[in-house]
Design a protein around this ligand. Structure first.
Ligand SMILES: [Zn+2]
Length: 409
């Protein structure tokens, strides 16, 4: 089973209106650090953490070497204007210094030529001043509060690279595992391009982490990754109030993926890449059933057999309503399967009634709903259905449920 995940969204505490001096000093420190990464200047990089414990500096120097080995298009660090202003009061132990701050920073990484727009993820940096020297000293002090700095696969171990035709595979296992994934990803992109009616660049970074627990830390998931075989991850950001998913990555779940049949692996990759294809059209009101319905109906050769739906119709627990977002990741395996089945069968129903482009048309119409306008998600869903098909959502959902009840009743 598969799932799409959006990256962490911005925290809610707004920055204080009066800019204190430390904001400017810290912003300069972050910019200096980012520039040193781009320039490959390790001395300048080390200078931004001169007061840090030896172990932190050593770990970040290792990270620096691994970053420099990647096809880096851009690297940027900045204070997060929508993040927490200063979390220093939450520190269990305050480092000895003249000033201590814990700042929310955004780390933006673009790998060339795969990322049209960079990823954008949170770091929680402990930053101190002694005399006139500013230094980053930690990025994990608030882990116990669940404020986790983003980690990439190369934070854990060196990554190997295999690339061809717009696909980059980063792997921590042997190259013999990565090369078939590279070919399979190219095949999946070609398959999706032949099915998904809207345009997309067809470039992607696929990552094979070492272990399920490492993947869990990267995705910062709170649910069990056990039932899943692959993930699509993106950073969610709102530049100028616009909702955007950027820095798309496909993660292979190393604990399950390779033990599945090859045909299933192929469908898994084309399913995940279909998520990537839709990312450019996603909006703040795109429900999970829309994402999963399109990924299955456009991205898979084999659609789910509707076994869980038919069981629910038979025992009277079929609700006739499409699943809520959390129902794609929480609940029993049967519950999760049922959510996928309902999503697929609803999009299939739309296609049977409005043509093969119906799933893409509704996806696009939903993405066009403005995130800063008034109205509930339900209102926007209804509005998008009317824009795409001239029919409201309730009528569509009722007609689909009726069809299902007739088919399995
Ligand atoms: Zn999915």
């Amino acid at each position: 089973m598969l799932i799409a995940l959006a990256g962490a969204t911005a925290a809610s505490t707004a920055r204080a209106q009066t800019p204190a001096d430390w904001h400017r000093a810290v912003q300069q420190l972050l910019e200096k650090r980012a520039r040193s990464v781009m320039a490959g200047d390790r001395a300048a990089f080390d200078a931004t953490m001169s007061l840090a414990p030896r172990a932190f500096r050593a770990a970040k120097d290792t990270w620096f070497s691994r970053m420099r080995a990647l096809p880096l298009g851009s690297y940027a660090l900045a204070l997060d204007a929508n993040g927490y202003d200063d979390l220093a009061d939450a520190l269990a132990t305050r480092p000895a210094a003249d000033e201590v701050h814990v700042a929310s920073a955004l780390e933006r990484i673009a790998l060339k030529p795969y990322d049209a727009t960079p990823s954008s993820e949170d770091l929680y940096l402990t930053i101190v001043r002694r005399g006139s020297t500013w230094s980053i000293v930690s990025d994990s002090d608030l882990d116990s509060l669940g404020l986790l700095s983003y980690r990439n696969a190369w934070d854990f171990a060196p990554v190997g690279q295999a690339s061809r035709g717009g696909v980059l595979v980063l792997y921590q296992d042997d190259r013999a595992t990565a090369l078939p994934i590279l070919s399979a990803t190219q095949t999946a992109i070609a398959y999706d391009k032949g099915r998904w009616p809207l345009s997309w660049p067809g470039r992607i970074v696929v990552i094979i982490p070492k272990s399920t627990s490492e993947l869990s830390r990267i995705l910062q998931t709170t649910f069990d990754l056990g039932p899943f075989v692959a993930f699509t991850a993106s950073s969610a950001s709102r530049p100028n109030g616009e909702y955007r998913l950027t820095g798309n990555r496909v993660y292979v779940q190393p604990g399950t993926f390779f033990s599945t049949p090859l045909a299933f692996q192929a469908d898994t990759l084309s399913h995940e890449l279909l998520h990537v294809a839709t990312r450019g059209y996603a909006g703040g009101f795109t429900p999970s059933w829309m994402d999963e319905g399109d990924a299955q109906d456009y991205g898979q050769r084999t659609l789910p057999a509707l076994v869980d739906i038919s069981a629910r119709v038979a025992n009277g627990t079929f609700t006739g309503h499409l699943p809520k977002d959390f129902e794609f990741s929480l609940g029993s395996d049967d519950d999760i399967h049922n959510s996928y089945e309902e999503a697929s069968s609803f999009v299939s129903y739309l296609m049977s009634r409005f043509g093969k482009k119906a799933g893409a048309n509704l996806y696009k119409a939903l993405g066009n709903e403005s995130p800063i306008s008034f109205g509930t998600a339900r209102y926007h869903l209804d509005h998008a259905c009317r824009a795409a098909f001239g029919v409201g959502f309730d009528a569509l959902e009722r007609a689909w449920a009726q069809k299902i009840r007739k088919e399995f009743g």
